[in-house]
Design a protein around this ligand. Structure first.
Ligand code: LMR
Length: 392
């Protein structure tokens, strides 16, 4: 039977990690998969995480099972950062579960929506390629609309049109901040409008918040999520600590459900637990435990926030430097200055992207997405002139 399976292409983004690793050129530039890098090109473990891990080693007295919901201390410690000062009407209406990374959170949110009878999900494209893959794997139809206009701003008309065309009970998946891949986020005024439109139409929002703190700041990056949740009766939130705690391979994430009636919350969570049990039984503990330790310790929390602030500051410096380059070889770098997070998309053809890799040792996703964290003051000029050269 197994010989009937057709060969599947490797995940294009993850394949870049190996291609880059195998390239012997010393001046190579990795703008592929979304990990933060310092000005020296490293992705170090946060100091706050190292300290929390040490505490964990010293104090953890068992590695016995927790359960499909994972570490609820972690799940609850994150909530004030995500949801802020919870409005009294939301008391008792939000609860979560730990998941293996943000991907586990997205997977569980979409699976819950499907199990609850949601017939399809609307989503702006381009999006993180794994979103569409998860819809396909769960056999939940997805309806794309255009996320960004040609001028590098949000295509609000396309979004308004999508919500107008949607049926009540459909879901809409939105990136909470640091849109992946475009870096083009909604403004607070746009979020307010979106929240009102979603509420009026009766759509179920699924908000993917994978980069909180890497855009404008922890509070600012939660604006849209909170604006939407303040207007709607029900919502699902997928959360990742993989970037803002640098926990990538430890897979630290969560899914939260907001329900209309607190009495239904245990039922929703029991469905989450059943889905999780069948998929991964329970999430890996170590990373979430380290995050919980940080968030329960004011000194470690302050250290983590400093580290996150310096990451965001560096991203803004790289973006400012790109924007300063202006238009080079027909590519307008100015727009990259106002975009958020790690990613932006350059208008390059597949051939130009391959030429950048072959002739300039510059690695980026086939969509033209760059991870701007791979740029440093030492390689940014080479990058700008190489892009201008292939586009000339
Ligand atoms: C990315 O988009 O590069 C990250 O979210 C990593 C991943 O899992 O794709």
């Amino acid at each position: 039977m197994l010989n009937t399976l057709a060969q599947q292409p490797a995940d294009a983004l993850l394949a870049l990690i190996k291609l880059y690793g195998d390239d012997p050129r010393t001046d190579k530039i990795d703008l592929g998969v979304g990990v933060y890098r310092t000005g020296q090109g490293a992705t170090p473990v946060f100091g706050a995480i190292k300290a929390a891990e040490q505490l964990l080693v010293d104090t953890q007295d068992s590695k016995s099972y927790l359960g499909p919901e994972g570490d609820m201390g972690f799940v609850h410690a994150l909530m004030p950062y995500i949801f802020g000062q919870v409005d009294p009407t939301m008391q008792g209406r939000i609860e979560g579960m730990q998941t293996p990374g943000g991907t586990g959170g997205v997977r569980l949110a979409i699976a819950l929506a499907k199990k609850a009878g949601c017939p399809r999900v609307w989503m702006g494209t381009p999006s993180w390629p794994n979103h569409a893959q998860i819809f396909a794997d769960l056999a939940l139809p997805f309806q794309p609309f255009n996320h960004a206009a040609r001028d590098g701003t949000v295509d609000m008309d396309a979004l308004r049109g999508a919500i107008a065309a949607a049926d009540p009970g459909d879901a809409i998946l939105l990136h909470g901040c640091c849109h992946n891949p475009t870096g083009i986020d909604y403004s607070p005024a746009q979020w307010d409008e979106i929240a009102a439109l979603i509420a009026a139409k009766g759509l179920l929002p699924i908000i993917d918040l994978a980069y909180q703190g890497l855009g404008e700041g922890m509070e600012e990056d939660a604006y849209g999520l909170r604006a939407v949740l303040a207007k709607v009766p029900e919502a699902l939130v997928a959360y990742s600590c993989d970037k803002n705690f640098g926990m990538y391979r430890d897979r630290v994430g969560a899914v939260y459900a907001m329900v209309a009636d607190p009495a239904t919350l245990p039922v929703v969570l029991s469905n989450g637990a059943t889905l999780a049990r069948a998929a991964w039984s329970m999430p890996p503990d170590h990373g979430a435990a380290a995050v919980r330790i940080i968030l329960n310790d004011p000194a470690l929390t302050a250290l983590w926030q400093d580290e996150l602030d310096s990451m965001r500051t560096r991203m803004r410096q790289v973006r400012a430097r790109l924007a300063e380059a202006g238009v080079q070889g027909g590519v307008d770098f100015t727009q990259l200055g106002s975009q958020n997070g790690l990613f932006s998309v350059l208008p390059l053809t597949s051939e130009q992207i391959l030429t950048l890799r072959r002739d300039h040792a510059i690695y980026m996703a086939g969509s033209g997405r760059i991870n701007a964290a791979g740029l440093t003051m030492a390689n940014i000029d080479k990058f700008i002139s190489a892009v201008a050269a292939v586009n000339a």
